[in-house]
Ligand binder design. Structure first.
Ligand SMILES: [Zn+2]
Length: 96
């Protein structure tokens, strides 16, 4: 799978009392978080590459899983989960 974002390890760094940064490989600025919840926001952003890969792996497995309800997919956990991970992947890749 092609990496479309800054590659490498993403981690948070508290810059000062008002800013928490997300850095890739300790040197490339990915995001500057300034909200009240900046530390939590930065942690979520820093986890994004791993979350995206986890969604891609889950989508791949779910594609091969058997639908549990061929009539009403909205009641099928497999199909609901697949739709959720595909929507998350699309959002992460700019298509959602
Ligand atoms: Zn289904």
């Amino acid at each position: 799978m092609k990496v479309m974002h800054t590659s490498g390890d993403w981690a948070t760094k508290i810059f000062d009392d008002a800013q928490t940064l997300v850095l890739a490989n300790g040197k490339y600025l990915v995001a500057t978080c300034t909200s009240v919840d900046r530390d939590a926001d930065a942690q979520l952003i820093a986890a994004a590459p791993e979350l995206l890969e986890a969604c891609r792996a889950a989508a791949k497995e779910l594609h091969h899983a058997t639908c549990r309800d061929n009539i009403q997919h909205t009641h099928c956990l497999r199909c609901r989960a697949l739709a959720q991970v595909c929507a998350a992947i699309a959002k992460a890749e700019g298509g959602g």
